[in-house]
Design a protein around this ligand. Structure first.
Ligand SMILES: Nc1nc2c(ncn2[C@@H]2O[C@H](COP(=O)(O)OP(=O)(O)OP(=O)(O)O)[C@@H](O)[C@H]2O)c(=O)[nH]1
Ligand SMILES: [Mg+2]
Length: 439
């Protein structure tokens, strides 16, 4: 991706007809190009000026000497007809502007140091956010607490590197210059912070993409009926024939601002049926991938004391379904069981609350500490930690300092890819091509 310096223009409002459309021009010639078509001599910085754009439209124009992109920027609000939007763009191009590429305003903001790369990515997340949780994650990343934490990690890495490289300078004299215990102390602090960030990805990613929930149990207990009841929609086929659901079915559901990805699965049982067996394998995978597992038990077929089913490392919820058919007095089982009737809707609200409670902690976490929500960052952080492990091993085994410092450089490089301190074309075009035009 070239770091371009020409003047660019784009319609920043969504494609199509609207009451108003906003056209944005950015670059050193932004003001001159805008003035070619406006019937005013100049635009006072940061004041809205009502004027005419050629003989096309009445517009409001604002000039920012250093706008969102970090460059001279003019924003023109015109009427949002397709004709006016296109004509304004054509006129600007004729006056010397180039049509902006996707994300190019934000790319320039990054190039001018207004945002680091993690914040630029948060801009895209902010535009995509559809739930309060997604919005909160994006806003906190954009405001920079995460960028700040990465910066401090980077500083610590740099401190480590300079301590070690100081030693290298004196390597001829064969002295161990750096205080090794100080090095190890720094390493372990770094490791603790990295581990926290890496671990936070599970919560962060779930809040962003939807918390994976598997609905599992024996055939015919009412899993698909439960999925439909939660969604309030006849999504999955329901029948009294055991083995109805053969493949996993996934749908999203919002509960109190958090997205859940509900996966209805094939009932778990021994079977000789090839296709059903494949379905059951998928059920097992859905359980592995899930953060929350809802085990459905059929009240009409179970006998004795019902025990909740626990999956280790996951939030486990056990629901006793068909409680509308169960004999009175049946609902005296374990406290943590939730009695429902997927058919009549009894207990569905309680179950939704229980689902929400499972992630309330992560939701609260967003407020207090940065969560990693981006797989690119997660991968880079894991690589940083791997390199630091090599550094640690190297120090422990007396590896020559110059080799240890290569691993440290790797760690610095990988951390830099998150913030953009190290940014190659591939990383940049990957990130910014996902933006919309005009942002
Ligand atoms: N009375 C009553 N019937 C229910 C309830 N939930 C499900 N059923 C019935 O139980 C039968 C099985 O329901 P499904 O939702 O297909 O069960 P499933 O667990 O998805 O079954 P498989 O896909 O075969 O594993 C259907 O006839 C449903 O109408 C309930 O709460 N009360
Ligand atoms: Mg089913």
């Amino acid at each position: 991706m070239r770091a371009k310096t020409d003047t660019i223009a784009a319609i920043s409002t969504p494609a199509g007809v609207g009451g108003i459309a906003v056209v944005r021009i950015s670059g050193s010639d932004a003001l001159a190009i805008a003035l070619r078509h406006l019937d005013v001599d100049t635009l006072e910085p940061r004041y809205a000026t009502y004027c005419h754009f050629a003989d096309l439209d009445d517009v409001v124009a604002v000039y920012f000497p250093r706008g969102y992109s970090g460059e001279p920027t003019v924003e023109i609000s015109c009427h949002g007809s397709r004709y006016i939007q296109e004509a304004v763009m054509q006129a600007l191009v004729a006056a010397g502007a180039r049509m902006a590429e996707a994300g190019e305003f934000t790319l320039r903001a990054f190039m001018h140091g207004r945002l680091d790369l993690s914040q630029a990515e948060a801009v895209a997340d902010l535009i995509d956010a559809a739930t309060p949780a997604q919005h909160l994650l994006a806003v906190s990343q954009l405001r920079g607490s995460y960028a700040q934490e990465l910066k401090s990690l980077r500083q610590q890495l740099l401190d480590l590197t300079s301590l070690l490289e100081l030693e290298l300078d004196f390597s001829q004299e064969d002295v161990e210059f750096a205080d090794r215990s100080q090095l190890k102390g720094l390493l372990s602090t770094l490791n603790t912070e990295l581990s926290r960030l890496i671990k936070s990805f599970v919560a962060g990613n779930a809040l962003k993409k939807g918390v994976p929930v598997a609905i599992v149990g024996a055939p015919n207990v009412g899993k698909s009926t439960l999925l439909n009841a939660l969604l309030g929609d006849d999504r999955a086929i329901v029948s009294d024939i055991p083995g109805t659901t053969r493949d996993t079915i996934e749908e999203t559901l919002n509960i109190e601002g958090i997205t859940f990805r509900l996966v209805d699965t094939a009932g778990l049982r021994h079977t000789d049926d090839q296709i059903e067996r494949l379905g059951i394998e998928r059920s097992q995978r859905a359980i592995e991938d899930a953060q929350i597992v809802i085990t459905v038990i059929d009240a009409t077929t179970c006998t004795g004391n019902i025990q909740p089913v626990e999956y280790s490392g996951k939030h486990s919820i056990t629901v006793v379904n068909k409680s509308d058919l169960a004999a009175p007095g049946h609902s005296t089982g374990h406290q943590s069981l939730i009695y429902i009737s997927a058919l009549t809707g009894t207990g569905i609200e309680t179950l939704k609350h229980a689902l929400h409670d499972c992630v309330a902690d992560s939701e609260a976490m967003i407020q207090t500490m940065p969560l990693v929500t981006n797989i690119r960052h997660h991968e880079a952080l894991v690589r940083v930690q791997d390199s630091l492990q090599n550094v640690q091993d190297g120090l422990d085994s007396g590896t020559p300092t110059d080799l240890v410092s290569v691993d440290l450089r790797d760690a610095l490089y990988n951390l830099g890819t998150i913030t953009g301190d190290v940014a190659n074309d591939e990383i940049l075009s990957n990130i910014f091509s996902r933006f919309c035009i005009g942002k």
